[in-house]
Design a protein around this ligand. Structure first.
Ligand SMILES: Cc1cc2nc3c(=O)[nH]c(=O)nc-3n(C[C@H](O)[C@H](O)[C@H](O)COP(=O)(O)O)c2cc1C
Length: 321
């Protein structure tokens, strides 16, 4: 599959996940063998106001290409300006969010609200495509609800203004994350456009990705929730799609070591207080596979310093629980 000058051998993407796919987690996924990662969604307005927290989210230093930055917004000109700023921060692909279901986003006509305003969605994509000289991609849902499925119409409208790749999360806005993703819509979208289509929704093990590609003919897959506390799912899925073999899951030692490395990264990028806060949720995801996870979860939630967090990890390593 090609996107601009990028050639993807086995396209398995880490999904954009707000509050999760920060620099520390992206680097962790790549450290265990993942190749293609996405930033969290970034507000076009906050970026154009040069909000410091937002600029921190755009720290892409040392990250390999393609550096895919996702923006959300509702005004074509602001989105176009934000895209240029993201490129100044070394983004090499701009992705536009047309799927976030959160009320605080859709009430501003952003994210999934664009599924109900296709002319605006198209104007936004056109403005971004015009303003930048890197590939522009869009991540969509199927529609607002079951009675308003617009995926095919929207996909064609976006392709016609120069969008070079689409990711289809096969759910409606009203579904949020509930129920099953209806993969058949990915197949239908793929049949209607000639740009690459990435299938997304409900990949929790490598074989799921195999079935998704088989059933839909999509050009690649994107994994979100399955990668929480499980960065290995990305390279294991790459391996499965390339060689047809499922690699074993990591042993507890590796699991804890990788979690610890992520912790050191997040401390470096966000400092003790925020780093610890953020790591608690990741740590709870990491230890899900371990026996006595419920008790460990309490210990993790009670940590009050990075030293305490490291101590919990060390105890797990000692006992190999
Ligand atoms: C915690 C969380 C944060 C998310 N943040 C974003 C986001 O910033 N941008 C986006 O396009 N989708 C976001 N999504 C949606 C995912 O990228 C993905 O489309 C969805 O989770 C379905 O894939 P999955 O079944 O593999 O999780 C988010 C989902 C979750 C659970």
């Amino acid at each position: 599959m090609k996107l601009g000058s990028y050639e993807f051998e086995v396209p398995v993407f880490l999904a954009p996940l707000a509050g999760v796919t920060d620099k520390a987690f992206r680097e962790t996924v790549c450290a265990v063998g993942g190749k293609y990662v996405w930033t969290e969604m970034i507000s076009d307005k906050a970026l154009t106001y040069q909000n410091q927290r937002t600029l921190n989210m755009l720290d892409l230093s040392g990250e390999a290409e393609p550096r895919i930055v996702q923006l959300f917004g509702s005004d074509p000109e602001t989105m176009a300006r934000a895209a240029l700023l993201a490129i100044e921060c070394s983004a090499t692909v701009i992705d536009i969010n047309m799927g976030c279901p959160a009320q605080k986003i859709v009430k501003n006509a952003e994210g999934a609200a664009l599924l109900r305003d296709l002319p605006r969605a198209q104007r936004i994509a056109a403005a971004v495509v015009r303003s930048v000289n890197v590939p522009v991609t869009v991540k969509i849902r199927l529609g607002w609800n079951d009675n308003e499925i617009v995926a095919i119409e929207l996909a064609k409208a976006l392709e016609s203004v120069g969008v070079q790749m689409l990711t289809v999360h096969a759910r409606t806005r009203e579904q949020f994350y509930a129920g099953h993703a209806d993969w058949d819509w990915i197949r239908r979208v793929k049949n209607e456009v000639s740009i690459p289509v990435i299938g997304n929704g409900d990949i929790f093990k490598p074989e799921d990705a195999g079935r998704l590609i088989e059933q839909t003919g999509c050009d690649g897959v994107m994994i979100g929730r399955g990668a929480l506390g499980n960065p290995w799912l990305i390279p294991r899925t790459q391996h499965f799609l390339k060689y047809g073999k499922v690699l074993p899951e990591p042993l507890i030692e590796e699991l804890i070591q990788v979690a610890l490395q992520q912790f050191e990264r997040v401390l470096k990028y966000k400092g003790e207080r925020i780093g610890l806060n953020e790591m608690r949720k990741h740590a709870v995801w990491y230890i899900k596979r371990i026996k006595k996870a419920a008790q460990l979860r309490d210990e993790i939630m009670q940590t009050r310093s990075s030293a305490e967090m490291r101590a919990v990890f060390s105890r797990i390593l000692e006992k190999k629980e």
